[in-house]
Ligand binder design. Structure first.
Ligand code: SF4
Ligand code: SF4
Length: 160
């Protein structure tokens, strides 16, 4: 027997009225617990060109392979945090040393699938990212374009 389970007809996203985000450049999202920053083939080429090295040299120095995909390496800091290999302390602030060519994953934060599943997921992300619910307003259309982006967006939310 198949029960006629009730299904809501509403498809209104919880963020239909838009969401605010303004990066404070605190660097929290580039450190913390261990994680992955995935990088595509085209981004490996862009990053290698930027760093004036071959893709093989780049892979050896900065990338790790996990189940056939590439992610940026991490370094364990003195505080026991896992810093992205491109995160550096500069003038008392933590900054990305490859900001111009950072991967799509970094460019589309915080409009990731996982953060947009529910208001709770969004709020959870806000515990480590002080930019959530502040500053620039993003419409549902902009949010979903960033969530679904397959290449670098023209105006990434975390742009300086
Ligand atoms: S995205 Fe959030 S956590 Fe990352 S640097 Fe900006 S404000 Fe900080
Ligand atoms: S590439 Fe740059 S923006 Fe992305 S996690 Fe590493 S330090 Fe942060």
């Amino acid at each position: 027997m198949r029960l006629p389970v009730h299904q809501s007809k509403s498809t209104r996203a919880w963020y239909a009225d838009g969401l605010n985000f303004q990066c404070t450049q605190c660097g929290n999202c580039c450190t913390g617990g261990p994680g992955y920053v995935w990088i595509s083939d085209v981004e490996i080429t862009r990053l290698a060109t930027h760093l004036k090295m071959t893709e093989q040299e780049l892979a050896k120095k900065y990338l790790r392979k996990i189940s056939g995909k590439f992610s940026l390496k991490e370094r364990k800091s003195l505080k026991g945090e896992y810093d992205c290999v491109f995160l550096e302390e500069m003038n008392g602030r933590r900054a990305c040393t490859v900001y111009e060519v950072r991967p799509l994953q970094c460019r589309t934060w915080p409009f990731w699938d996982g953060n947009l599943i529910s208001q709770n997921s969004w709020n959870r992300a806000g515990k480590t990212c002080p930019g959530l619910n502040k500053g620039r307003k993003f419409t549902q259309k902009q949010i979903e374009a960033l969530r679904d982006a397959e290449d670098w967006p023209d105006r990434p939310p975390s742009s300086k």
